[in-house]
Design a binder for this molecule. Sequence first.
Ligand SMILES: Cc1ncc(COP(=O)(O)O)c(C=O)c1O
Length: 389
Amino acid sequence: MKVPLLDLKPEYEFLKKDINHQLKACLASQQWVLGPKVEEFERKAAKYLGIKHAVGVASGTDALLIGLRALSLSLKKKEFFNKEDEIITTPFSFIATAEAIVRAGAKPVFVDIDPDSFNIDPEKIQKAITKNTVGIIPVHLFGKSCEMTAIKRIAKDNKLFIVEDCAQSFGASYKGKKTGTLGDLGAFSFFPSKNLGGFGDGGLITTKTKKDADLIKVLRNHGQTDSYKADYCGYNSRLDSIQAAVLLAKLKYIDKFNKKRITVAKKYNKAFKDILQIQTPDVGRCLPAGKAGTLDVGLNHVFHLYTIKLPAKIRAKFISYLNSKGVSARSYYPVSLDKMKAFKAVKVPYKLKNTNKIIKEVVSLPIYPFIDSRKINYVIGQIKNFFKK
Ligand SMILES: Cc1ncc(COP(=O)(O)O)c(C=O)c1O
């Protein structure tokens, strides 16, 4: 049997009718860039997330970059940050997080993560603040929200902005509020593999203020405040109508799909609980969204990836054993951002003890909403066989 990390085909089968319906409307309109489908998606995404404004852009990377440029303009009245301006983030993320900081003119400051949640450690943020710190980019990695109460308190005490990197966390909540509504801005990716994925690249920026939303709309369209009137050097970073149409079809099912992911994660956790070498992720309480009176309402962890930890010395053997049995298993991420050549100019003033350890221990296993029980049981069976040997 072959079990890929992700298979989008069964999801498409399920969504075919909705997607075709949306695409037909798009074809009939012959409007391909921005247009009514994009506006409809922005409105419905904002409503779903519980925030005033959502602005579609061309990718998650652009969502981070344009978001940062908008903050530089609104907070510092400058198109780009100064190279002394420091933005604190995690080294355990996809390249885009730190890349956007550099592209916006600022300096990434990498601080260590919590070894269990894999997310940035608020205590380490606190210790890394200098007179040059301007903001924080917490990444809700693998679909699990960061500890936002502590991060928000640090930001408030030190007058820092927060841009949440929500590329992997569409639909995840923290204390009843969706990720992307907790900081100053939220940056989402609709890369096809994401929990809410398009049929190509796409992204979204969320904000509470009309002022920021307007600025972001200007920046995504070449910095133009009107036709042929560019006030800034911006980007060609509009969301395509066709992506918005696909995303509109999928948005209706996002909670259902995220719950399916959680069910798979729970099955894995239960199956691996007696295997001492495996440390499973915390599923959280994942109560249905909207249940009042509890702190942990909503889906705390939406399992963009299901990632376990193993002793470093057996990881390579474990992955190649699973691969030989047809099960895809990969390490996300095998290299931390501070070790990449692209960021060689970035000084790392703080010890990244947990990151350096975890990078050698993590393994992600197949998870997607339409993975069937036979496949899940096969993965579990092969993992049990590996540890029996
Ligand atoms: C944590 C994180 N941030 C940012 C991005 C960038 O998103 P995109 O690929 O849509 O540019 C990704 C996507 O892979 C991501 O996983």
